[in-house]
Design a protein around this ligand. Structure first.
Ligand code: ZN
Length: 217
């Protein structure tokens, strides 16, 4: 008989949903850990590449990716245990990112003022590895982003990073064609400004909405 199968399906749906809901924090944690592994690997590749390329941009992009690891720790806190601890950690990490952005900005400005040879443009293609990390992380966060604002914010950030990489690749083309040395520190400065703007905007949102800033949007 076909009917019992249908009946069983309808009966088990709420139970399946409840089981999926119970498993959700663990699945989210695995997604975050996978994204962290990919991000760390790419950051190390970029750091290594920057030594050979002599590129300030690759250093900034690698440090930017390492800052993502700090953002990911917030995502590892299950929602129901969030509250004050999640709020405090999020604010602390955003302030840390502001400091990182300011330090990168200072280095980039100094790089702009200092005469230095243009980096090896081919190695700037390593930023494609950064793009891969952004897109893989976006894919991993797509599902939890449907129910958690913090994942949605991280997903939006990763997609904006992907757009930044496209600018970097245009810059790499400029360096390859015209050997313009200031393009590299200018790209690095864009990374710094992006981090300052992103963390600054979220801290302003926190100031405006209180701890509820991390729950809706
Ligand atoms: Zn980023």
């Amino acid at each position: 008989m076909a009917l019992p199968r249908n009946v069983r399906f309808h009966e088990s749906t709420p139970r399946k949903e409840a089981a999926a809901e119970r498993l959700r924090p663990r699945v989210e944690a695995w997604r975050v850990l996978a994204a962290a592994g990919i991000t760390l690997l790419v950051a190390l590749i970029e750091l290594l590449g920057s030594r050979f390329a002599g590129s300030l941009f690759l250093v900034s992009d690698a440090i930017h990716l390492l800052a993502h690891l700090a953002i990911f720790t917030v995502l590892l806190i299950p929602r129901r245990r969030g509250g004050d601890r999640e709020d405090l950690l999020t604010c602390g990490i955003l302030v840390l990112i502001l400091f990182i952005g300011a330090a990168l900005g200072r280095e980039s400005m100094e790089g702009l003022l200092r005469a230095r040879p243009a980096p090896a443009p081919a190695l700037l293609l390593l930023s494609l590895a950064g793009l891969a990390a952004n897109l893989l992380t976006s894919f991993l966060f797509r599902d939890p982003a449907r129910v958690r604002w913090s994942f949605r914010a991280a997903l939006a950030h990763e997609l904006s990073d992907a757009a930044l990489t496209v600018i970097a690749l245009v810059g790499a083309g400029g360096i390859a064609l015209f050997h313009i040395s200031w393009i590299d520190p200018a790209l690095s400065l864009i990374v710094a400004i992006w981090l300052l703007a992103w963390a600054g905007r979220l801290l302003l949102r926190r100031a405006r909405l209180g701890a509820a800033a991390w729950e809706r949007g």
